[in-house]
Design a protein around this ligand. Structure first.
Ligand code: GTP
Length: 324
């Protein structure tokens, strides 16, 4: 129920933000993944359950080809997406929704993997590669799989900021009888221009360098999204009444959180970064982006990507024609 008089924004004005976050080690990782896929039996394609569509990287589809894949949605404990929606989205594809810090949660992934590869005849064990965008929880997944499966300690470094893993790991054993070995890989972003909202979503969940976008724009986008999900302002009412004005919101936030300068001025920039970070870490509650309540959103998103690719190919051939 919307609060009387308050009408949330229905669109977000296109902000000036970078439209790509593709680094040298991303390109290198893609090349290496392509080389390695020949010896891989199965892929764990990891996405963040808070932004299940924005953290899907279509580049992986071309690397994976016809290999068996399990889509793994991580950060279940931080996501407001109803798990039933994943069932609707993946009626014909294997998927798991996990909290990578929870052993029970990741064990199901091992069962699904064994089942998928049960007809395989191999003496060298099952070889799995983990792929995903930066910071979605790939290394955490590997560590928990290893701890749950063979009782060994951490094998891969993890961290709250994007880009902790820079190189492809060597095989790590995560299960015995049957033997399962896993490769961890660096997070890879989309090489092509992404739309502004996707960039803002990726920044809010920490999948791109969070310093890339002005914190006030991030906070404004978050406010817009929270108003869309709960138009009564209940997701932030401990700081402010419902509002579409980010400066009003941040001023109230500064007062509530005692973030005022000695002269009593609110530190809007600091407040913006602080508030977004609290959501990123799950301290303000669960969150979700993308069209996460729509059972057809997955298919619609794929169709939109196909259309975009067709247009790009058309533009490229137009250019060639003009040059010729
Ligand atoms: N709450 C919660 N936090 C998680 C989960 N999975 C990962 N994290 C946290 O997310 C952050 C990123 O995790 P990593 O495992 O380093 O992510 P990554 O995909 O390997 O990151 P890159 O090295 O950038 O590619 C860390 O702070 C993890 O503790 C999860 O399921 N739930």
């Amino acid at each position: 129920m919307a609060t009387a008089g308050f009408i949330p924004r229905t669109c977000f004005p296109a902000p000036t933000v970078p439209r790509a976050y593709f680094l040298g080690h991303h390109a290198k990782a893609i090349r290496k993944m392509r080389e390695l896929t020949a010896e891989i039996d199965l892929i764990y394609e990891v996405r963040d359950a808070r932004a299940p569509l924005s953290t899907r990287n279509m580049v992986f589809d071309s690397i994976i080809g016809a290999k068996p894949r399990v889509v793994v949605y991580t950060k279940k404990d931080l996501s407001a997406v109803n798990p039933d929606i994943f069932r609707a989205w993946h009626s014909r594809e294997r998927y798991c929704v996990v909290n990578t810090h929870d052993h029970t949660s990741v064990r199901r992934l091992v069962s699904v993997s064994k089942e998928l590869c049960s007809n395989r005849e191999s003496f060298s064990g099952l070889r799995v590669m983990i792929m995903g965008m930066p910071n979605v929880g790939k290394s955490s997944l590997l560590n928990t799989l290893r701890h749950a499966g063979v009782g060994r300690r951490k094998a891969a470094k993890t961290g709250a900021l994007a880009g902790v893993t820079r190189n492809i790991s060597s095989y790590v054993k995560i299960h015995e009888e049957p033997d399962i070995f896993v490769y961890d890989t660096p997070g890879v972003s989309l090489p092509k221009t992404i739309n502004a909202e996707t960039m803002l979503t990726l920044s809010t969940i920490g999948s791109i360098n969070v310093g890339l976008i002005d914190p006030t724009i991030q906070a404004d986008y978050l406010l817009y999204q929270l108003n869309l999900v709960n138009p009564d302002g209940s997701l932030y009412n401990k700081y402010s009444p419902p509002t579409n004005d980010v400066e009003d919101f941040l001023t109230s936030y500064c007062i509530r959180m005692h973030r005022l300068s000695k002269r009593g001025y609110p530190d809007l920039l600091g407040a913006a970064a602080h508030w977004v970070d609290r959501w990123r870490k799950g301290l303000e509650g669960k969150i979700a982006f993308d069209d996460f309540r729509n059972p057809n959103a997955y298919k619609e998103w794929e169709a939109a990507q196909d259309e975009r690719r067709r247009k790009e190919r058309g533009q490229q051939s137009d250019q060639k024609f003009r040059v010729a």
